[in-house]
Design a protein around this ligand. Structure first.
Ligand code: ADP
Ligand code: MG
Length: 514
């Protein structure tokens, strides 16, 4: 099955819904659009998610389409759906969201492709929630308890999610409830004997995780990592900033797991007196075999038998060779490919895919403008990495809907003081657009990064930026066993914006003049 690109999905979504979808409920829906008039996209690693609103039924769905998929996706989803349904019926579990896998749910380029139709969940991702609440130790403690409940529940059902991480858990606005989404990589007993279809987000996975491990223990490491991270935040919220925590990782990252003895983060965590022992135990788990991870509750409750997990820093290095072994060069292992945001050609090659863009801010444009049919001017902030005078621009866009609903401190939003600083953002690169401009007859090429919340854009130090950009080496990523499994089907051809495909919208034309 060759899967469509983001651009092809977007084109299909502009067609009448009655032609695009099999499902009657989806046929009645309007897709949520951003202020530029384009469908608003949310994404993680394997899918693109659109919000579909059925005004007459006052109901919304998440439409989830795939960019990568395992070959046996249909069989897997059938087994997963049956298990979740049975659990909901027998346990009334509220950890799962109702969903429906539709093998031929959508027509794209005259072909049918699978979709998942899911109830829209009104919470925030755990990443967003943490960003807003990491200083609130009560909320963090509550979250920690809820995650333990979730872990216990999955254990009791002898199932595993496979990709426990900040983007796959939704928290209700009041923090009262958590829910799991993204069931692609789930283990349910009926799938026993198969290989894992994915390896999970690297910042929450043991460095030794491999496809052949596919059973009810799959989530052990992620739950222990999250529990320790939240415990650390509860004791010392400053660790959030000191470890560059964001929606991709909280406290610990793959880089730390790969080399806990050389990790500053492990060093900082071990200094929190109440959690020094668990930090050391966790470090030792990273160094040990993935097959030997303990039951998370032994870890949570301090029941790891003494003696089996003792943190022993290796002997002092002597000579070059040992030095190399003890302190191997730290390598950044991101959850997505790292792309230099200052290079339009490189960024545009990734159009349609989610990447981590790292670059130095050249300009911040902010103000109010008329978007689409809006009668009043609405706020926007654009963060540019390249000069428009070069004829191409790489740009992060904070659109009105994001800024108008932002409840955090406004001084934290990008402003002129960001110019010259380095930032990172993990998001989908939008299909290349061409903005009309008097000096460029063919228009200015724009690689847009439309974020879903302002905290996705984060200032990092110049050293951290260099470290991340340097660590982006495919061989290194492969050696460290990051995420890719061999049996997945990649999305179709890359999107390349040629002048023949140039497109403009009124809003874009107006914006280009600002
Ligand atoms: N049912 C839902 N309700 C609300 N938001 C959702 C829902 N499903 C997905 N999302 C949003 O879309 C994002 C990506 O969805 P996900 O299923 O995790 O795809 P991926 O496989 O790409 O990680 C999520 O992090 C979340 O923000
Ligand atoms: Mg996800």
């Amino acid at each position: 099955m060759s899967l469509p690109t983001l651009e092809a999905y977007l084109r299909a979504l502009q067609q009448p819904a009655s032609r695009t979808f099999r499902d009657y409920a989806l046929q009645r829906c309007d897709i949520e659009r951003n202020t530029l008039g384009m469908p608003r996209v949310r994404s993680g690693n394997f899918a693109l998610v659109f919000r579909m609103n059925d005004a007459s039924a006052k109901r919304s769905y998440a439409l989830r389409v795939f960019t990568r998929v395992s070959k046996d996706v249909e069989e897997r989803y059938q087994a997963i759906a049956e298990t979740i349904k049975a659990i909901r019926e027998s346990q009334g579990s509220s950890f799962f969201v109702d969903f429906d896998y539709q093998a031929h749910g959508m027509v794209v380029n005259d072909q049918t492709v699978p979709v998942i139709k899911m109830d829209w969940n009104y919470g925030e991702t755990l990443g967003e929630y943490l960003y807003k609440n990491y200083k609130d130790s009560k909320r963090i403690a509550k979250l920690r308890a809820q995650l333990r409940e979730l872990c216990a529940f999955l254990q009791k059902m002898a199932i595993a999610h496979g990709d426990i991480q900040l983007g796959n858990i939704l928290v209700s606005k009041d923090g009262g409830q958590i829910k799991l989404i993204d069931y692609d990589g789930m283990y349910v007993p009926e799938l026993k004997g198969r290989l894992a279809s994915e390896l999970g987000q690297v910042n929450f996975q043991h460095p030794g995780r491999k496809e052949s491990l596919f059973g009810p223990e799959l989530d052990r490491f992620a739950f222990m990592s999250l529990d320790l991270s939240l415990g650390l935040l509860e004791h010392n919220a400053e660790l959030w900033d000191r470890t560059y925590s964001d929606e991709e990782g909280v406290i610990f990252r793959a880089t730390d797991y790969a080399n806990p003895l050389a990790s500053q983060t492990f060093g900082l965590a071990a200094q929190v007196p109440a959690l020094s022992l668990p930090t050391k135990q966790f470090a030792l788990m990273c160094l040990g075999p993935v097959e030997k991870l303990p039951d998370p509750f032994e870890f949570f409750e301090g029941r790891i038998p003494p003696g089996t997990l003792v943190f022993k820093p290796r002997p002092k290095p002597e000579g070059e060779a040992i030095k190399k072994e003890v302190q191997p060069e730290r390598v950044y292992v991101g959850s997505f490919e790292v792309v230099a945001a200052g290079q339009f050609a490189k960024v545009s090659r990734h159009a349609g895919r989610r990447v981590e863009a790292v670059g130095k801010v050249l300009d911040v444009r902010s103000g109010k403008a008329y978007f689409g049919s809006s009668r009043l001017p609405r706020p926007y902030i654009y963060v540019d990495f390249t000069a428009m005078s070069s004829g191409n621009v790489v740009r992060i866009k904070l659109l009105p809907e994001i800024l108008e609903s932002f409840t955090g401190e406004r001084r934290l939003l990008p402003n002129d003081s960001w110019i010259g600083k380095w930032v990172t953002v993990s998001e989908v690169i939008q299909p290349i657009q061409y903005l009309s401009h008097p000096s460029f007859p063919l228009g200015i090429g724009e690689a847009g990064i439309v974020v879903n919340d302002p905290f996705q854009v984060k200032i990092i130090s110049a050293e951290e930026a260099a470290f991340r950009l340097k660590g982006n080496n495919h061989l290194v990523r492969r050696r460290l066993g990051t995420r890719m499994t061999t049996r997945e089907v990649p999305a179709g051809s890359r999107i390349s914006g040629s002048p023949g495909q140039r497109r403009n919208t009124d809003a874009l034309i107006r914006l280009s003049k600002m």
